[in-house]
Design a protein around this ligand. Sequence first.
Ligand code: PLP
Length: 396
Amino acid sequence: MAGFTHLFIPGPTNIPEQVRQAMNLPMEDMRAASFPTLTLPLFEDIKRVFKNETGRVFIYPSSGTGAWEAAMTNVLSPGDKVLMSRFGQFSHLWVDMAERLGFEVDVIDCEWGTGVPLDLYAEKLRADKAHRIKAVFCTQNETATGVASDVAGCRAALDATNHPALLFVDGVSSIGSIDFRQEEWGVDCAVSGSQKGFMLPAGLGFLSVSQKALAASRVATHRHCYFSFEDMIRTNDAGYFPYTPATQLLRGLRASLDLIAEEGLENIFARHHRLAEGVRKAVDAWGLKLCAKAPQWHSDTVSAILVPEGIDSANVVKRAYSAYQTSLGGGLNKVAGKVFRIGHLGWLNEVMVLASLSAAEMALLDCGVRLAPGSGVAAAIEHFRRTAEMPVAKAA
Ligand SMILES: *Cc1c(COP(=O)(O)O)cnc(C)c1O
């Protein structure tokens, strides 16, 4: 088929040409004397994206899930009690991993479409006078439902009771796209991955840790090997890795960190918010609803859109792909068949968002959803024009 195939899933995301080209190079020697000139600045610069000032970032050759496991198996001990909440496929999988790794998980099940229940967290922490809870978990952006949660609120709940538990955050689909401040919010383990806001292929798992998490890792007793902090620290400090690093992805990471620095994190957050608002205006105009139950939960990186009763959202996704060369995200687990998702994160602009909305409109219409053709696109256009920087009128 002619023309581009369009990718609007919430990861992997579109890769900037500079990043793609930076990865097209001959294989290099990861033990060369010059290799640290690539890696040492990477370790420093990636900390800025997490706003981690005093800790460090581990870069694993894994997907984000590996960094989840690295965090839990280095910092905690078998049987440790942890407080988690579950409200979508990704928070569900994190709970599942914690259970399978042998932690005592106190899990709060929330309605899908809502996020981390701060009041219940505060209540559990207040009741835990003996400080048995060793870590509190927060999925900052639940990618399955398009729900953003309040990380600073988790910190406030811990501080309000002077509770010493560590704070773990899954920021795989938020860090680098939505406001995140590790140092200020006292986040001890922040997990991300390469294929979402970092605009790279999958293959790097990022784990940004505080000094408090590093101290905990020195006395924690859970078994680990491949993900060992100790092995990583020993080699990373000299600019090397304990095993073969994904050298091309590291070259790509150099390019993506440069692009992020050039645009500036605050500008990136503002761009994501503006593009997401365009999508939300379109959803309104279609007469449809988001899976996210209220504006406080709206995600600026992914929108999960409920289809009307009697329509199978999987057909909408299939139709968009087969007829219009456009990948939209499907519904996962409890919301399978009920929602389709538009990923609007990473390397993206207004016209790309409008393309995603056009494809979604056509597919929705083809699947029998009644909406006025062009209505969503028109609403987004109006929003983008109203919020665009206008050319300065020339003085007469
Ligand atoms: C994508 C994603 C993950 C899983 O990351 P992988 O790179 O697929 O292992 C975890 N959490 C969230 C919130 C995600 O969006």
